[in-house]
Design a protein. Structure first.
Lengths: 371, 322
């Protein structure tokens, strides 16, 4: 037990005789539970100096105590005390989550059946049954925002997976200085999507922005025509580009772990069988890294389904409602139109959707892992 | 793979070691990607040390005289004055005063940036402390004891993080209004603690699972109680994990925008919702925004580099370790 030597007072256990240790452990656990009766070694400086003679003495005492104590009692006492500690440790977290997450969730469920409006707290609250849900599910604007979200999620995940996997594959060539460049590549994903997204507005400016300048430099299109945020056609791609810039490193990092988990001997065997590089890539690399790729897709999918901050600052859902993803619609309903009841229903629908999709996906993921 | 290599297959690694040429190509491509991806960040910094006219020039200026104006504007509010009035003032007090006067303006007072930045610090550190404290206890509980329905509870803890923040914000907004917690640092701290505790429990459970139980059992044999063993054996062993988890929580709370923008407006507002609102005369004051962004990002840059070995674990909730 390295790292523990010297810190642990009392006599050492004998690692050369594992059987003795096995016999010793349950007794010692009993010992610890009945300190008043068998007086174990107190964890003091004095006991640290005690030698083997004390050890055997205590051993005998322990054995005697163990014989004297009915097994049922020991089990019950130990279970009680450990369980008490377990609950003592876990309860605060659960209570906090119940108060800040679950209670509000139930409140939202309750509100979703009413016509409550947060800006009129004193108005009479009426139960409208499933009215809010049927309005949400039949609202063409909400379906449009779901489509926008789906478009955003699909393209960001596709781009991030392709670029991220390619990058991971290249980094796995272990060229000189790869650790340094990997760290550099990882930086964007740790930054605040809101603060950095906000700055992208400046990069996207048609006349003065760096992005427009770079694109026009490469393609010859005049900068005044590169209106990323103002154009109905380009705005959805503007947010996809920023999200891909930010989160490709995330997918890359997980894919890299996947590639590094593939043992060398498989490639060696393939090499002996004279499998081509192309064949090795599709028959070994991709299938073995697949669970990792899917994990990355799962996390990115959930995160992008909830996407709010970056889009809110870059386009605010505009121009018109071309980039209005679900969270932006929800925010407009809840905090601008103050239709609290209806937006609660929408929130619940969204939550069920994320949760359901994630569950299906996790099942698929487990199946891939088992293969 | 060159033929020379395949003939000398006697060491285990020679077959799978990429050829020098493929390494060179891979290296070049990765470095190009890294440089392109760094451009926006470099531009943030460059803009922060440009004067406002330089920042909006066409074509974008790469060579320019550095100016401190962006940082001055970030920390101050200014009013426009007549040149005669400015000429009548005593000599400028400090660099910022001089820079401001060149634009025919005088400093009217401090801006809101510093209080907002302080709010970010207080809320991020407070919530991290709470989340890691609660998370360590819960993670130890889940790691070492048979908790009934442990898997369900752990999944419940994780699922609270799957909810869209706006969906949670609606009832939280109402609840905080009732409790008088809206726009208070305490309210934001509790909220971020609740969001972060799920990450903390999952990550720390992984770290504590890696500490052999035998350590505590040996300590308990020697007379430590369960709590003493936790405090004197497990906690010191888990220091790295706790530090990494704390940094992840800190970064989340530091970066968070959705809750902050909806639930705070004044006294408890953090930096992320504030920075986009920095405006000068006739629109966004980009050098000042860039200056605020730079100051805001530097701590995270440092933390990311410190944390690079643990990043993978942190971003996957401990699902992928190495």
């Amino acid at each position: 037990m390295p790292g523990l030597e010297g810190r642990r007072p009392g006599p050492p256990t004998t690692p050369r005789d594992p059987g003795a240790q096995d016999r010793f452990l349950p007794m010692a656990t009993r010992l610890h539970l009945r300190p008043d009766r068998v007086a174990p070694f107190p964890p003091t400086q004095a006991s640290a100096r005690v030698t083997t003679s004390h050890h055997t003495l205590a051993d005998k005492a322990a054995e005697a105590a163990a014989r004297a104590t009915p097994d049922g009692v020991v089990v019950r006492v130990r279970a009680l005390s450990d369980r008490a500690i377990a609950w003592l440790f876990i309860a605060p977290t659960i209570v906090l989550l119940l108060a800040i997450n679950i209670f509000p969730l139930f409140w939202a469920i309750y509100l979703s059946f009413t016509n409550f409006r947060a800006n009129r707290p004193n108005a009479e609250v009426k139960n409208v049954g499933l009215g809010n849900y049927s309005r949400v599910l039949n609202d063409p604007d909400i379906w449009a925002s779901m489509q926008t979200t789906a478009h955003f999620v699909f393209w960001t995940i596709l781009l991030q997976t392709v670029i991220g996997f390619a990058l991971a594959y290249l980094i796995d060539r272990k060229f000189r200085g790869h650790a340094f460049w990997t760290t550099l590549i990882l930086i964007p994903m740790m930054l605040s999507p809101a603060v950095v997204g906000n700055f992208w507005r400046f990069l996207y400016e048609p006349q003065i922005g760096l992005f427009a300048y770079a694109v026009s430099f490469l393609t010859g299109i005049p900068t005044s025509e590169i209106q990323m945020l103002g154009s109905v056609n380009l705005a959805p791609w503007a947010i996809i580009i920023v999200d891909t810039w930010m989160w490709t490193p995330y997918v890359m990092l997980i894919c890299l772990a996947g590639l590094r988990s593939i043992p060398d001997y498989i490639y060696e065997a393939a090499e002996v069988d004279r499998a081509s590089n192309w064949r090795q890539f599709w028959s070994i690399t991709v299938p073995m890294a697949l669970p990792f790729i899917m994990l990355a897709v799962l996390f990115r999918g959930i995160e992008n389904f909830k996407m709010f901050d970056m889009v809110n600052l870059l386009t605010g859902g505009g121009p018109g409602s071309t980039t209005e993803v679900a969270s932006i619609t929800l925010k407009r309903d809840a905090f601008e139109a103050w239709a609290t009841g209806r937006s609660s229903a929408f929130a619940i629908v969204l939550f069920v959707a994320v949760f359901g999709l994630a569950n299906i996906y996790v099942k698929a993921l487990n199946r891939v892992k088992q293969r | 793979m060159s033929p020379a290599k395949t003939t000398t297959v006697n060491t285990a690694h020679s077959v799978v070691e990429p050829s020098a040429r493929s390494k060179r190509i891979a290296g070049t491509l990765v470095i190009v990607y890294a440089l392109v991806t760094m451009l926006p960040l470099a531009w943030i910094f460059l803009t922060s040390i440009k004067s406002p006219p330089d920042s909006i020039s066409y074509p974008p200026k790469i060579l320019f005289t550095p100016s401190i104006e962006g940082y001055c504007n970030l920390f101050t509010t200014r009013t426009r004055q007549t040149p005669e009035y400015i000429a009548s003032l005593p000599a400028p007090d400090g660099v910022c005063d001089a820079v401001t006067r060149q634009r025919n303006m005088v400093i009217a007072g401090p801006s809101n940036f510093l209080p907002r930045f302080t709010n970010s610090l207080i809320i991020a550190f407070g919530s991290t402390f709470l989340a890691v404290g609660l998370g360590t206890l819960a993670a130890y509980g889940f790691s070492r004891f048979k908790v009934p329905m442990a898997d369900d509870l752990l999944f419940f803890i994780l699922s609270t993080r799957m909810m869209p923040p706006i969906a949670v914000a609606i009832p939280i907004y109402l609840m905080y209004r009732q409790l008088g917690l809206s726009d208070t640092a305490l309210g934001m701290m509790l909220l971020y603690t609740a969001v972060n505790v799920s990450l903390a429990v999952w990550l720390l459970k992984g770290f504590i699972d890696e500490i052999p139980r035998e350590y505590e059992e040996a300590a308990m044999i020697d007379g430590y109680s369960r709590l003493q063993a936790f405090r004197k054996v497990v906690l010191p062993q888990a220091t790295t994990g706790i530090a990494a988890t704390a940094i992840f929580c800190l970064i989340f709370a530091w970066n968070e925008y959705a809750f902050a923008s909806l639930l705070t407006s004044g006294s408890a507002q953090t930096a992320p919702p504030f920075i986009p609102t920095i405006i000068g005369e006739g629109g966004q004051d980009w050098p000042a925004v860039a200056a605020g962004t730079t100051i805001f990002l530097v701590p995270i840059l440092v933390f990311t580099i410190l944390l690079r070995k643990q990043l993978l674990r942190g971003i996957t909730f401990g699902a992928v370790r190495k």
